[in-house]
Write a new protein. Structure first.
Length: 305
């Protein structure tokens, strides 16, 4: 009779796995809390200073909570028509740039996603070259000036209308759409433009929503292009108004409204920080409603070839 041997008792590693998972969660949460603190604490201080009295600001007593509430900075900012005019022009620039860049990039990326497009390779090579080389600021300025676009809305919209990087991401997303759909539409007599508008666009809502939001935020926060191409102070975007206030003790643009600052009635930090918050407030209010599109945008082109 042969002697049977019982299988050895398996080693229990369940507890070790749980301990390792808990340790990772603790480290991850701690790291995220620190990152959140690094972002929120300076922002809370800006809010606190904008709402504090000049006496407390001069004494350095303001931390992350307001001391002796004072709304004079906001009164100065919002009592000046320059802010509202800058808001209007910024909205025009942001929406116009978004519409142009999304539509033109889609029109360029769609033929590149079609396998039988003859100029697919040469256009892709030209786009790839622009990722490594650019004309620079001076040639761009000379081009805008020679085209007669100075002090026009197109000076801020056209230079960035088509991005090579975005084009490749669009193409990658369009390739993920089944080519049988396009073939069926061609058989039914639809042209490429109709296929793009009636089929590709509805199937790419997440793509267009994501890059529309990126374009709006990018143009809203932009100021350098307006410094170069917009010489008329009445057409300056909100970021340039903020810059003129932050980089000068009393801005020439706000010379009339900032008279209380010269008389010692308001600390200049009140006006500077109030204008800063007024500039970013629209994006802060919109972001909670569009957060899901930003999350989807991080995955665009990640798994599609």
């Amino acid at each position: 009779m042969t002697k049977t041997t019982l299988p050895s008792k398996p080693v229990k590693v369940k507890n070790k796995i749980h301990i390792g998972g808990y340790a990772f969660d603790i480290c991850n949460i701690t790291f995220l809390v620190l990152c959140c603190a690094l972002v929120l604490l300076p922002f809370m201080r800006v809010i606190a200073v904008s709402l504090s009295s000049s006496r407390m600001i001069d004494r350095g007593s303001v931390g992350i909570w307001p001391k002796e509430f004072n709304f004079k900075g906001y009164e100065i900012v919002f009592s000046n028509v320059t802010i509202y005019r800058a808001y209007g022009w910024t909205l025009i620039y942001a929406l116009g740039f978004t519409l142009v860049t999304v539509s033109m990039t889609a029109c360029l990326a769609y033929p590149l996603s079609v396998s039988d497009f003859i100029l697919k390779k040469p256009i892709s090579v030209l786009l790839l070259v622009t990722l490594f080389f650019s004309g620079g600021t001076i040639p761009s300025y000379m081009l805008i000036r020679n085209l007669g676009l100075m002090d026009t809305t197109w000076a801020l919209i056209l230079p960035g209308a088509v991005s090579a990087w975005n084009t490749f991401l669009y193409r990658s997303f369009f390739k993920g759409i089944s080519h049988e759909i396009r073939e069926a539409a061609l058989i039914d007599g639809a042209g490429d433009l109709r296929i793009l508008v009636r089929i590709i666009l509805p199937l790419s809502k997440a793509l267009f929503a994501t890059f529309s939001l990126f374009a709006i935020v990018g143009m809203w926060n932009s100021y350098f292009a307006a410094m170069l191409y917009i010489k008329d102070n009445a057409r300056q975007p909100i970021q340039n108004i903020l810059r003129s206030i932050v980089y000068s003790s009393v801005s020439a643009t706000f010379s009339d409204a900032a008279m209380p600052m010269q008389q010692g009635g308001v600390n200049k930090l009140n006006v500077q920080y109030a204008c800063l918050l007024a500039t970013i407030a629209p994006l802060l209010f919109i972001y909670p409603f569009i957060q899901k599109y930003f999350e989807a945008g991080m995955q665009v082109g990640a798994v599609k070839g």
